[in-house]
Design a protein around this ligand. Sequence first.
Ligand SMILES: N[C@@H](CCC(=O)N[C@@H](CS)C(=O)NCC(=O)O)C(=O)O
Length: 213
Amino acid sequence: MIRLSTFRSVPPFVQGLVRDLRVRWALEEAGIPYETFAIGSDDQNSPDYRAMQPFGQVPAIDDDGFTLFESGAIVMRIAERSGTLLPSNPDARSRAIAWMFAALNTIEPHIQNLTLIDLFYANEEWAKLRRPRALELAQSRLDSLATWLKGRDYLDESFSAADLLMTTVLRTPRHIDLIAKMPMLENYRLRCEARPAFKRALDAHMADFEKAA
Ligand SMILES: N[C@@H](CCC(=O)N[C@@H](CS)C(=O)NCC(=O)O)C(=O)O
């Protein structure tokens, strides 16, 4: 049975965004059962957890003794096992993998940067100076993504692990109207989040925080 790490508790403004959500979603899409184990700040620094996740972060998985970290790598492993989250045609598969990297490497850093500024450092002088450029950079990447999605339901021909990752990235700046004011991206996000597997994953993610409260 796959065991997935989660945080025991996080502030409400990040509940629904912690990256175990994307792994839960992939597992739900693949129909693979899993259980979670919740960690706190002490565990993050423990040798046992660092052996699984060298940076002490969430998520990591223990898959019957095989451990893996980095949400993208974990989602890729699940997608490879699922037979539905990545296309079988080699070219289409490579394109989907390119979009997985684009979600995590081209879009997420800008969204993350903006979110950190807004949610954790808003009152710092450096953050006030940096924010306009950070917003501009995020907006520019999102404009390119919206252009790509014009006339498409998904990043490629059908829903894949790339859409799953991209959706979790687009969920992140929910404290501002960055995505909400871009109908192409907002509708894409909502289309992906309408999948029953997403709802099951989000419900389970939130239920664990409620149980721990
Ligand atoms: N690139 C990593 C990022 C993981 C990450 O930033 N996790 C956050 C929770 S969503 C975390 O553990 N933050 C606490 C920390 O970095 O100490 C991944 O995708 O798995």
